[in-house]
Design a protein around this ligand. Structure first.
Ligand code: 5AD
Ligand code: SF4
Length: 457
């Protein structure tokens, strides 16, 4: 869970006087983080963010339903919030995001103390929804999902005082219907934002001091495909890369079936585009990929990886994997193991298959027993630990450009930043460097991060 709050602006500061307090908890992916950012912007005039739920006037939980575990975390947090309502009866509690969209009215029945339930497309109506709640007319529910929904441009300030990096959504929804995935049902059909809105939003946040922008979408590679007036995704990358003041550009998430040669060339040709691609493979078995409705084979995935490595030898590759998909045999699983050994990702995000409402795979035969899923998950994580460490070890001795993002998570005396290849580096240095670029020599590889020493501040 992530909390959006002003770390260095107290709720009592002059800036916040007269504003109510909003506790905003976010689960799930970067799309949700972006939506939460926007919620804070939309409510900015009336609400200042707080990290303390006990002094909040409004509590919003932005939820994720990608796996059952994510959904359960939401119920457990929301259950714990009930006591604040008892202490402060005019406290408003709302549930946003994918669980809100998926469960709708059922949430209000299950958690009757909730005032507000709204889906990802409905965040822009939040001020009106809050007015309705304040009128005391009972719980408010908004889960409309339009197929032609356009993300509006917002001019309200960003909630963080000195942002270093920011997300910009370039498209909403997904048309792919991978058989395991609930996203198309909770986020609707794919809609690309007009390029002029994207460019305007990026210019706006660069003016606030942002150095690194990550373009977001469930499947960014199909950007613009349904609209004649939109460029394709490589075309958009070229346009964005030219915006003055942008130092680093990233994007996520990509679908392997849509990675074109033009896109691969962007990694070679665009100076601002960082050498990192998150390319979810999901399985190393062509048979399983087919049942997942992924539209690529193991060999096609490996060919894309070869192309990427040959045009951009420094590229960092990361992936998502599902183990224990219905019908996955030992042989299929071995294919996943061998794919990991062949590609050698820097990092993987591996998950046990979790049946999701509305999805086709939930109704497939031959569900894999939990204990086998757990064994397989342990095996891939164990293997990846070694592979990832070898990859990180290979960076020892290199000099890397780091964007300093903040204080180190484990040791608040140190700084934390990221390489262009998206590796986290911790190192000693003064706090004034936050938001700046430094050159660091990598002195030690750890399992999920690197230790560095500043060469040029
Ligand atoms: N079960 C397990 N993992 C899933 N993912 C998506 N749906 C499921 C599911 N039903 C994983 C995929 C995706 C990542 C965001 O979450 O690997 O890429
Ligand atoms: Fe889900 Fe597949 Fe769409 Fe990704 S591409 S959001 S996994 S349906």
């Amino acid at each position: 869970m992530k909390l959006l709050n002003f770390n260095n602006v107290s709720a009592a500061s002059p800036r916040n006087r007269g504003r109510k307090r909003l506790y905003l908890a976010t689960f799930g992916c970067q799309m949700n983080e972006y939506d939460s950012q926007r919620i804070a912007q939309i409510l900015h005039e009336k609400y200042a963010l707080t990290s303390k739920p006990d002094n909040a006037d409004l509590i919003l939980v932005n939820t994720c339903s990608i796996r059952e575990k994510a959904e359960n975390k939401v119920y457990s947090l929301v259950g714990r919030l009930k006591k604040f309502k008892k202490q402060k009866p005019d406290l408003i509690i709302g549930i946003a995001g994918c669980v809100a969209q998926q469960e709708g009215d059922r949430l209000l029945k299950r958690l009757p103390f909730i005032d507000l339930v709204f889906g990802p497309q409905c965040i822009y109506g939040l001020p009106d929804m809050l007015k309705d709640v304040e009128k005391g007319m009972g719980a408010v529910l908004h889960t409309e999902l339009k197929h032609d929904f356009l993300i509006p441009l917002i001019t309200a300030p960003l909630s963080e005082p000195n942002p270093v990096q920011a997300f910009v959504t370039i498209m909403q929804g997904c048309d792919n219907f991978c058989t395991f995935c609930v996203v198309p049902y909770v986020r609707g059909r794919e809609v690309s934002r007009p390029p002029e809105d994207i460019l305007a939003e990026i210019s706006q946040i660069l003016d606030k001091g942002v150095k690194e922008v990550t373009l977001l979408g469930q499947n960014v590679n199909s950007y613009g495909k349904k609209v004649d007036t939109c460029p394709d995704f490589p075309g958009l990358l070229h346009m964005v890369a030219e915006i003055p003041g942008l130092e680093r550009l990233r994007f996520t998430t990509s679908h392997p079936k849509d990675i074109s040669l033009d896109l691969i060339k962007c990694f070679r040709d665009l100076d601002t585009l960082c050498e990192h691609l998150h390319l979810p493979v999901q399985s190393g078995s062509t048979t399983v990929l087919k049942r997942m409705n992924r539209h690529y084979t193991r060999d096609q995935y490996l060919a894309t990886v070869e192309n990427l490595k040959s045009l951009c030898p420094n590229i960092t590759l990361t992936t998502d994997l599902i183990v224990g998909f219905p019908g996955e045999t030992d042989r299929d699983f071995e294919d996943t193991i061998s794919l990991l050994k062949t590609v050698k990702f820097d990092q993987i995000f591996a998950f046990k298959y979790s049946p999701r409402p509305l999805t086709r795979a939930a109704g497939f035969d031959n569900h894999v027993p939990e204990e086998i899923k757990a064994e397989r998950l342990e095996a891939v994580l164990e293997l990846q630990k070694e592979i990832g460490f070898m990859r990180y070890k290979s960076l020892e001795g290199r000099e890397e450009e780091i964007l300093v993002e903040g204080l180190s998570k484990k040791n608040q005396e140190e700084l934390r930043g990221r390489t262009r290849g998206n590796h986290v580096v911790n190192f000693s240095g003064p706090q004034e460097l936050i938001g700046k670029f430094v050159t660091v020599k990598i002195i030690k590889a750890c399992y999920h991060s690197l230790r560095g020493k500043i060469l040029i501040p």
